[in-house]
Design a protein around this ligand. Sequence first.
Ligand code: NDP
Length: 335
Amino acid sequence: NRQILLDNRPEGEAVAGNFKLVTTDTPALKEGEVLVRHHYLSLDPYMRGRMNESKSYAQPQPLGEVMIGGTVGEVVESKHPKFKTGDQVVGMGGWQEYSVVDGNAPGMLRKVDTTHVPLSYYLGAVGMPGVTAWYGLTQIIAPKEGETVVVSAASGAVGSAYAALAKARGCRVVGIAGGPEKCAYAVDELGFDACIDYRQHPDVKTMAKALKEACPNGIDGYFENVGGYILDAVLLRTNAFARVAVCGMIAGYDGAPLPLQNPALILVNRLKIEGFIVSEHMELWPQALQELGTLVAQGKLKPRETVAQGIESAPEAFLGLLKGKNFGKQLVKLI
Ligand code: NDP
């Protein structure tokens, strides 16, 4: 069983040397345990926060242990009555090829149906990132039909689900993404009404101008994934009583400061700004997954995936994700 451990903590930018590849034997199963062979590992931006010493909203990842991560795979051996060999499952198996899971631990392993939804989608559109988009849109932004809603990191795992969910609610949906290819894909494939390439608009002034053109009726809802000057530019274009769901601030995950230039706009435009952590709302996941699964089955949510090959490629693929090298959901194909 090949595994990637967190070997040491980043100082500033995360680097490949923070990780270590090791090989171990999988332990014999005890009563109630299940052995899972991982087909895919999910790479997600939150993992960067876990690499730091300081507690953010989650505990730091302990040094010398297998990196945390979502996985999908199949049961290859079971000493639990609920799971049998061949079951396809989603869990938190970590950056490794196999995991031994306590079948009784609540929420640790869930069987999934791949009749209409490919297995890997349970790590993206019909998994944690999809539910994240659903929560921020429906529970915080709560748009009315005809309103304009915006999202940053638009072509990614969360952004692509957001577009499908917002279109289903009759909104004008505008994305912000890095580069012409990602923007063209957002409009042509994901159903965005417009998408702004932030690399062409590298400061508040030009970004605010582009937003004015893409959002002629102003912005009623914003789903924040990035932070920094993009947030400033969006706030300038908000309508009165707009809602901002603060989901992520990836531009600052490697330590860059993200000052807000014009906080008075919160008062002037009577904004509601609310942060959230999707794992704190497990009671809503079934409802969200149901809607996301239906959108996929209907062909209304067609997420793209970037797949790195082999566990040894996980560190580089993860560092690439933090720099926008991924196109859509970043996965690692294991075995
Ligand atoms: P993505 O698939 O969107 O990948 C990350 C993307 O972020 C990159 O592709 C890149 O897209 C963009 N990005 C990276 N660095 C920067 C930067 N400096 N400035 C602007 N954009 C940048 O990831 P996810 O969809 O999985 O996650 C999106 C966001 O949601 C993250 O911020 C993540 O932390 C957050 N999140 C929060 C959760 C919660 O519970 N609050 C749960 C899940 C995710 P581009 O090339 O377009 O810039």
